[in-house]
Design a protein around this ligand. Structure first.
Ligand SMILES: [Cu+2]
Length: 150
């Protein structure tokens, strides 16, 4: 084969790769197999509304324990705590005030290979009846307690 073919082959390959690029751009990298999306529902007390004009609005909620929470190392459970929750685009906090009893759903994006969460946000939040009884006791009975002692 003469070397004349090489440039044209290169052009062909380059064209093929370029043609694929727009398709690649559509693929959300976060939707890869490496990213797990864990959804949790938790109750708590809204302790802080977003700062006015916050670029990335977040609320603070003192939430009940989340026994099924999946953390790094396969560790199960998140204890009760006062915690910031970034708001997703569709999370509607209108009508909510600090002190309200709320139930919220949030999604954690978890990088499986790195064994680490890479972000989380509230997808929905709503007020519960103000007399809803919440349980803020720590969970010493959590199956994880014995693992922690290792
Ligand atoms: Cu928490």
């Amino acid at each position: 084969m003469s070397s004349q073919h090489r440039p044209s082959l290169l052009v062909l390959l380059t064209t093929a790769v370029l043609a694929l690029l727009p398709g690649c751009r559509d693929a959300e990298p976060t939707d890869s197999d490496q990213i797990r999306r864990d959804t949790y529902v938790v109750r708590g007390i809204l302790t802080q509304l977003p700062e006015p004009r916050a670029e990335k609005p977040r609320i603070q909620v003192r939430h009940e324990a989340i026994p099924e929470f999946r953390g790094p190392g396969g560790k199960l459970g998140m204890n009760q705590m006062n915690m910031y929750f970034p708001l997703g685009e569709d999370a509607d906090i209108s009508g909510l005030n600090p002190g309200d009893v709320v139930e919220l759903t949030f999604v954690v994006r978890f990088d499986i290979e790195a064994d680490s969460p890479i972000g989380y946000h509230v997808t929905t939040i709503e007020a519960l009846p103000p007399d809803t009884e919440l349980d803020f006791n720590p969970r010493p009975d959590s199956p994880q307690s014995s693992d922690d002692a290792r």
